[in-house]
Ligand binder design. Sequence first.
Ligand SMILES: [Zn+2]
Length: 247
Amino acid sequence: MNIVALPAFDDNYIWLLQHGGQTVCVDPGDAAPVRAYLAQHGLQLNAVWLTHHHGDHTGGVAELKQQFPDCTVYGHAGLDADIRVGEGSHWQWQGAEVTVWHVPGHTARHVVYILKQGQQTHVFCGDTLFSAGCGRVFDGTAADLYRSLMRLNTLPENTLFYPAHEYTASNLRFAQAVEPDNADVAAAVEAAAHTPTLPVTLAHERRINPFLRVHLPAVQAAARQQDAAAADGAAVFAALRQWKNIF
Ligand SMILES: [Zn+2]
């Protein structure tokens, strides 16, 4: 299986999966980079997987559908999709197993696509988990986003995450403000000079992502500088998310 990052706009990635003559792209906010890649490699587009309704994830769908009328668009309720997906949707793709989770928070209906091939799990996670960060809360809630990230954190530690944005360097500046003494964050800052920084493993994110580290005393102490009443994991998470909004 070949998985490539197609840069779009300023900092988006459109992930393109290619295996055994089948091609899928995730969140094509712009058709142009997808069309260019497909033309260059003589490929057809067979499917589009959408994580949520924001225009920088869906804006290229109509044009791709026009060029590839047989292409099947997967998306949650409320999206212009051929196949509606939601929590627990499940199918086979080229010998791999695809499962959909509903992970609200960034938006109320956000879904992720979990592709399991042998011992390797790949998660196309849209704007939920970013490297060293997480999505902003738009029409979901911080409590939803907290639960969603904790759920993603239950996957095997070698799971590869494919977020839709290259936000790593700026997220790491925030992670350093939260945990100035975290040597793994410092190492990641140096590594982030080279892009793409994605995909990332869950094991790596557990070491550097403050939003997955809300159970740790150092992270809780930093959050309480912002909100003295942040008592438990969910409140610490919400305080960090609020702090990051103005960071
Ligand atoms: Zn979004």
